[in-house]
Each structure stands twice: as structure tokens, then as C-alpha cells.
Design a protein around this ligand. Structure first.
Ligand code: BGC
Length: 425
């Protein structure tokens, strides 16, 4: 099933091989956040609230021990704004100390920390006052960034300002449409592939897009002044044009992806997050091809998405900005499929690296089975988590990927890079 790969690619010195998590999805009891409010409020969610999540708020040392023992040299995790600033202007010194300990704890274990300041969840007060629609949101995010410096330090580390701003701007549109239609915003749920499909049919909110870009710029400047390497992590939908639909695919990618990548041209790095593709025909987005294998989120299993996303991204940000793959993975209950998918994705990555794209890291999504924004059912983790005891069990994929990380090699290229769809522009 997996195409043969060529000789392995030796990774450049300093290449980051790790796994990612997001605060809300693993910490648990993120009660001051808007996501918690959403999960328990009238808008409701389709399956279940986040609850204790993976209890990583308390068990982060164990998570980091495992990642380091498995062979990884890096860990991407989040700082939760709602914990740092649970009420406007009230800073929790305890939360800052907690995250400072995490950053130090990672370094002590040989894991280079890549810290995300904002990963979908915001303080509840921030969203209730209008969230990313408000013109002063960048001021508030800048203040939070300055505060967060106390946790992330100033040691030249990588910091992501905002995760998937493009998906967030899209969520604002989805929530507005849902309110108009009188149903839950999350009914378009990620579990049935809905949000992925919506990503090609619904446009991100234009005002939110502008505010997010401004917030990113302000935050990145503060991080840069502090000697940190700032970037943001953008969802790549890999829009593939069917013959004759090139212009439609390009028009699709522009507001949903490219404007966010263009905003990264002065950054220190750009995060690529890719899972699957979206085929675009003359009449717009096409469904997953008949008979194609799909994941627990309903997405087409398409590991080539990673190479195509990296090419597309570097084509827009330009060669000056190095790429870090900050998310790539598969929701599956069959861990052998995770290994097969990841092997092929890495082989594609090796190919584009050999073609000269400056890629500095690969972070698998996710380190742990976690809360997939509405449900625990889609399991993305390299490490399984018992929902009752929180016991961690590394899966074979964790050992396989960790061994690759330790060896400093990834599966080699198997085929020439595909240059169709938006990747060709
Ligand atoms: C997000 C993660 C999410 C993953 C899988 C990305 O959109 O950054 O939070 O769990 O994809 O859906």
C-alpha cells in the first residue's frame, strides 16, 4: 500500500523532530476560556465537552519524559491566555510560573520548546467583548504577548503567535451563519469532514482576517525585540485544481490561506499544517473521491498533502523564511495506518527538502490522543491516553517516529514533486 521510498534523507543539523499539542486540547478544565463556555453554553457541541482532557496541566512532566525517551528533540505546546489573564488585566502569576516551568522542563529534557501563544481558545471575557472582530484586539493580544515573555523567556526560541488564523476567521463566519440558521456552529463539526469541506465553501470573515494579521504583526514585533523567533502556523488546505479550474482554485486559496501566508513574509519562520487536500472543480469544491480511504474526521487519507503544502507555502513566503511543519497527522484507530501515512508524508517532505526548500522541523499532530474540538473520538495521538486514569501508552507509531528522530534521518523521496493545483502558482 505504501509506495517504496528511496534512500533515507539525513536531516540537517538542528532539525527539530517532535510532536505538537494545544493547551485547550490536553490541559483540561480550561474553565475561563471561551471554548469551555461554548462547550457548556446554549450553542452546545455535538458530542462531549473537554472536561479533564488529558490532564496535561498536571501531567506535562510525564508527557515530556515520554517524548524525550522516545527520541524526539522538540515539543510544541501551548500557553493558555485564559489561564494567564483570566479576567481583563488580572495576570495569574501562578499560571506564568507554570508555563515557565514547562519551558524549562522541556529544555532540561533535551526538547526544544516551540510555544504557541494562541491556539483557537481565548479568554471568555475577550470573546464576550467581540473577540477578534474588535479593532483593539491587537492591543490586548500585544499586552498578553508582553506578559507571556515572562514564561517563554528570551533565549532565541521559536514562538508561534496565533495558530491557524485562517481557520479561526472561518469559524467566525460559520458561527454567524449558524446563528442566522438557528443551529449550533459546531454542527458543521469536524467529525464528519464538515469543517474541512466548509473550508472551501465558506469564506473567512474579512474583518477578523485583518484584525488577526495586525495582532500577529504586533505580537511578532514584541517577540522579535525580546530576541525570540516569531512566526505563525497556517492551515494549508491544499486546493487542487481539476483541469480548467485553476482560476477557481486560486480564488479559493487567496482569502482562505494566501493572505495569511503573505503576512508572514517578514517573519522568522512559517508553520505549515497539512493533513489532506481539497479538489476544486469548475463548480467549486468536490467531495472526497468515491472509494478513497478516509480518516476518523472524514478527511481523505492523502499524505502527499504535506509536500504540496510546503511547496505552496514557501512559494508564497519566499526563500528567506524557513518552514517548520508544525502539524501533520491522521485521526485513526489503526496505528499501522498512522505509520504508513506519516512515512509517506515524510518521504514527500524529503523530496521538497532535496529540491531546496529550507525546512527546519517536523512536528507530528499529535503527541497525545486529545480533545478534538467537540469529541474525543478522532484519535490523532502517537501516545494513547486512558480516558479514566489518564495513563499514557505510547503506540508503535510513537516508537517508530521517535526512532527516526533519534537517527536524524527520514524516509527518502519516492517520486518527483507534484506541481498541480495551487502548489504550481
Ligand atoms: C488544529 C488542531 C486540530 C488538528 C486536527 C488543526 O486544525 O490546529 O487543533 O486538532 O488540526 O483537526
Amino acid at each position: 500500500m505504501t509506495p517504496p521510498t528511496g534512500p533515507e534523507l539525513a536531516l540537517p543539523d538542528g532539525f527539530l523532530m517532535g510532536a505538537s499539542t494545544a493547551a485547550h486540547q490536553v490541559e483540561g478544565n480550561n474553565v475561563a476560556s471561551d471554548m469551555w463556555a461554548l462547550e457548556h453554553g446554549p450553542e452546545g457541541i455535538v458530542e462531549e465537552p473537554s472536561g479533564d482532557a488529558a490532564d496535561s496541566f498536571h501531567r506535562w512532566p510525564e508527557d515530556m519524559d515520554l517524548l524525550s525517551e522516545l527520541g524526539f528533540n522538540a515539543y510544541r505546546f501551548g500557553i493558555e491566555w485564559a489561564r494567564v489573564e483570566p479576567e481583563p488585566g488580572r495576570i495569574s502569576q501562578a499560571a506564568l510560573a507554570h508555563y515557565r516551568a514547562m519551558v524549562r522542563g522541556a529544555v532540561e529534557r533535551g526538547l526544544t520548546p516551540v510555544v504557541t501563544l494562541h491556539h483557537f481558545s481565548s479568554p471568555r471575557w475577550f470573546s464576550e467583548r467581540g473577540g477578534w472582530r474588535e479593532p483593539d484586539a491587537p492591543d490586548l493580544f500585544a499586552a498578553y504577548t508582553r506578559t507571556a515573555l515572562e514564561a517563554v523567556g528570551t533565549d532565541g526560541g521559536h514562538v508561534a503567535t496565533i495558530n491557524e488564523p485562517n481557520m479561526m476567521a472561518l469559524m467566525y463566519t460559520l458561527r454567524r451563519l449558524a446563528a442566522e440558521r438557528g443551529r449550533s456552529a459546531m454542527d458543521s463539526g469536524r467529525q464528519d469532514g464538515g469543517a474541512a469541506f466548509d473550508a472551501a465553501t465558506v469564506e473567512p470573515d474579512a474583518r477578523v482576517t485583518d484584525v488577526l494579521i495586525e495582532a500577529h504583526r504586533r505580537s511578532a514585533a514584541i517577540l522579535g525585540d525580546a530576541g525570540l523567533r516569531a512566526g505563525w502556523t497556517v492551515a494549508n488546505q491544499v486546493y487542487q485544481a481539476e483541469p480548467g479550474a485553476e482560476e477557481i482554485a486560486a480564488a479559493c486559496a487567496r482569502p482562505r490561506e494566501d493572505v495569511f501566508l503573505e503576512a508572514a513574509r517578514d517573519d522568522d519562520w512559517i508553520g505549515v499544517q497539512a493533513y489532506t487536500r481539497h479538489r476544486i472543480g469548475a463548480d467549486g469544491p468536490l467531495p472526497v473521491p468515491e472509494g478513497a480511504e478516509t480518516t476518523l474526521t472524514g478527511w481523505e487519507v492523502y499524505p502527499e498533502a504535506l509536500a504540496e503544502a510546503v511547496l505552496h507555502t514557501s512559494g508564497i513566503v519566499g526563500p528567506r523564511v524557513p518552514v517548520i511543519v508544525t502539524e501533520n497527522g491522521i485521526a485513526t484507530g489503526d496505528d499501522a495506518r498512522r505509520i504508513a501515512y506519516t512515512r509517506q508524508a515524510l518521504s514527500g517532505l524529503a523530496r521538497v527538502m532535496e529540491q531546496g526548500v529550507d525546512v527546519r522541523g517536523y512536528f507530528h499532530w499529535s503527541a497525545l490522543d486529545n480533545y478534538e474540538w467537540g469529541s474525543y473520538r478522532p484519535t490523532f495521538g502517537l501516545i494513547g491516553v486512558d480516558r479514566a486514569t489518564f495513563a499514557r501508552t505510547p503506540k508503535p507509531s510513537a516508537r517508530w517516529l521517535g526512532a527516526l528522530a533519534r537517527s536524524g534521518r527520514i524516509p527518502g523521496p519516492s517520486a518527483p514533486a507534484r506541481t498541480v493545483g495551487t502548489a504550481a502558482r
